[in-house]
Design a binder for this molecule. Sequence first.
Ligand code: GAR
Length: 223
Amino acid sequence: MSPAGTPLRLGVLASGSGSNLQSILDGCVGGSIPARVGVVICNVPGARALRRAEAAGVPALLLDHRVHRARDDYDWELVAALRKHDVDLVCLAGFMRLIGPALLSSFHNKILNIHPSLLPSFPGMHAVRQALAAGVRVAGCTVHLVDEGTDTGPILIQAAVPVFDGDTEETLAERILVQEHRCYPRAISLLAQGRVQIDGRRVRISGAAADAARTLSSPELLD
Ligand code: GAR
């Protein structure tokens, strides 16, 4: 990706609060992610993600999708901005727009997304609401590479959390978000270290710890 010796440059696309963006910015500054954020692009005026980028001293662009009639025109504008900032890896962090062919072909296998469900369950909008409606006892988040489908690309990391009887969409989303902030920096770091090998739908991660005895059950199996 980057020429040898230069840190990977990230372009983060966000639409909302930007708490995942913040975990990436913090990881880059703190050294847990061997990369730097080259640009943050937001499609929603006034989104907190823009202020987080500015506070971190990172170029922050507002590209409002509503000023473009054609989806493709907007995607090409995204590509131009990402190229201008020498971005190697695109990180979708709560970016609430579908990614079109222009962006996909320009950054093939170089676009990551985080989604608040254990994919392939509950893709698309309102994932946490879908999980509660389905009555699952374990929920979670997924970091995956983006392909032409909706939340269908190869999976790098997943983390699971229990669902409690009293959960609302808000309480469960909050529990999942804590894990998102752990998973996304880790996934970027693995890519930046060249430890990720894509083999069809499966992703192999070199040197990943594996403990076959670790499980999560909900409710807990105490007896
Ligand atoms: C996160 O929960 C992320 O997984 C979700 O939006 C939230 C953004 O929060 N993304 C999707 O649902 C994408 N389909 P943030 O702005 O605080 O990072």
